[in-house]
Design a protein around this ligand. Sequence first.
Ligand SMILES: [Zn+2]
Length: 307
Amino acid sequence: MSDAAPLNSFKAAAKILTWLDAMGSLTLPIDLELVRQMLPDTPFGRGTSIKEPANLTWNASEGALVRNPENHAEWGIFVNPKARAERRRFTVAHELGHFVLHRATQATFNCDKESVYTGIDTLKAIEREADDFASNLLMPGNMLRDRIDGKRIDIHLLGALAKEFGVSLEAMCIRLVKYTEQRVVLVYWDNGFLKYQWPSGEARRTRVRLRKTADPQEPLLGTLAADEEIAQEWDGVDMPAIAWCTSEASDIRLRELKHTYADGNRVLSLLMLESAPPRTYHASGWEDEETRDTFDRFIDNGQFPVR
Ligand SMILES: [Zn+2]
């Protein structure tokens, strides 16, 4: 691009939201069709065109962004027609993210099911960036904050927000975990086994650790996740945090929320932990966050910094 500072997913989405606002079109759900049409008239897409999203005709992908081999200025977005509407929206936003951030590096982006939503640590960097872009574009931080701050988080609220923003409940939960300053862990179960766990920044900072069972991980006895009689617990149930986490003192509580999808096989657990002092043994007061995080990473990897 130009001599401007390098774009990242957050800045790019924020810029597009500013343009929508200037047009009087910053309303929910975010109008992706307008974004698609608008981009070629902005510095993010000058000299290009993006065709209307079309159905994917090949399998094993959730979405794709493809440059027309005969006309390099033209790009096409393809979406799995079998996916649910809110998922297709997320995919379109994800492909727009590749268009804005990555099209100079590749002519074809094939995005599989895993890469569009989950797989936190296994994702390639550009897939994560496209997800972050989609998440920031579809769920603008300030609009979400207005609706969440001061409210008790439960699945009634998150479900209503997911509907208002036009995203899936899972995408909304992931956004919450990325945005919140609370200690929250999102856990996703697929057919009785852990698919991923996603701790919020504050949960990571205070070293929340889930108790390990077997590999692959199964729900822990005594938690709602393990109770097949309970499909939904949208308000949450209060319990000692040690039921889930080895990291927590015995007086710390958590609220476990549970949502089971209609197919009965996939379960979302959302753990809202009470705040706790950071479990650091070197809280001497002078380390900044960055120093502490770097130090923690060494420790997490079983290594010790040389100093
Ligand atoms: Zn992708």
